[in-house]
Ligand binder design. Structure first.
Ligand SMILES: NC(=O)c1ccc[n+]([C@@H]2O[C@H](COP(=O)([O-])OP(=O)(O)OC[C@H]3O[C@@H](n4cnc5c(N)ncnc54)[C@H](OP(=O)(O)O)[C@@H]3O)[C@@H](O)[C@H]2O)c1
Length: 258
């Protein structure tokens, strides 16, 4: 039977690259985002690659609409893998919101509640069939304290913690849970950044690494290895030295918000 994958935030960047990655494997895809034109472009490219595609234009903050859609979609054919990927940067949100604090609230709402809204309608259904896989998009930023990244780092750290606990919680139900912690990936979101992004990878590389990590059921899928090593070293430093490193090496160079 064809593997069925649902991806939120599939109209751009990493979500789009993941859609193409699974389309090449002839998966049955359900793609969710808000932008009609971009989502339709991704859909037709996936179809050319051999996938069957269903799209839904939903803001993942809309709990009821997302719940109704996911339950209906899962009833038609069970979803094997849900990738809760959607989420903007603070800079992207500041174009949509009235002020900085509204953007921060929207950040929490989309990344945290939006992720819950994307997975909870499916958990009980996966428990009933004792199979399924849930992938949650965090970030390498979850593991480092950076000025200008306080709210983004906080939501991603919450998702990292949540995912690892959920992985244990759902283990006996044979549901796999994986959390994804990329470093910088070239996407429309990072194209807005005006600072250097060491070890940045393409979205295609990111999608391949994520796909392989999910296939191996890795608890944490983190990349690239160079940044992973730097963050590991940072994490064993005493807090005062971490603060010095964050402030001196990062904030001194950029006051940009992501
Ligand atoms: N790029 C990086 O360096 C990087 C690094 C670590 C983690 N991440 C994480 O990876 C994920 C994807 O980032 P990206 O770089 O691929 O960004 P992107 O190119 O801006 O894509 C973001 C996607 O999220 C969707 N989205 C945003 N708000 C939404 C909402 N309220 N409801 C439904 N969909 C929404 C967007 O679609 P619409 O606008 O069509 O709704 C778009 O498809 C994010 O969670 C991000 O935090 C990215």
């Amino acid at each position: 039977m064809t593997y069925k994958v649902c991806i939120t935030g599939a109209s751009s960047g990493i979500g789009e690259a993941l859609a193409y990655y699974y389309a090449q494997k002839s998966a049955d895809l359900t793609l969710i985002a808000r932008n009609t034109e971009r989502l339709n472009q991704v859909k037709s490219h996936c179809e050319k690659l051999g996938a069957t595609v269903t799209t839904a234009l939903i803001d993942i903050r809309d709990h009821q609409q997302l719940n109704d859609f996911l339950v209906h979609n899962d009833q038609q054919k069970p979803i094997d893998l849900i990738i809760a990927n959607a989420g903007p940067s603070l800079k992207q949100l500041s174009n949509e919101t009235a002020d900085y604090y509204s953007a921060q609230r929207a950040m929490v709402d989309i990344h945290i509640n939006g992720t819950f809204n994307s997975i909870y309608p499916l958990i009980q259904r996966m428990q009933q069939r004792q199979s399924g896989q849930i992938a949650i998009m965090s970030s390498m930023n979850a593991k480092i304290f950076l000025p200008g990244r306080s709210i983004y780092g906080a939501v991603k750290a919450a998702l990292l913690h949540f995912s690892l606990a959920l992985r244990q919680q759902l283990r006996n139900d044979h549901i796999k849970v994986n959390v994804i912690c990329p470093g910088w990936v070239k996407t429309p979101r990072t194209d807005l950044n005006q600072f250097s992004m060491p070890f940045k990878v393409t979205a295609v590389t990111a999608a391949k690494t994520i796909g392989k990590g999910l296939n191996k059921n890795k608890a944490v899928i983190q990349f690239p290895w160079q940044l992973t090593t730097v963050i590991r070293l940072y994490n064993i430093l005493p807090l005062t030295i971490q603060e010095w490193v964050s402030h001196t090496l990062y904030f001194a160079k950029s006051k940009d918000n992501d």
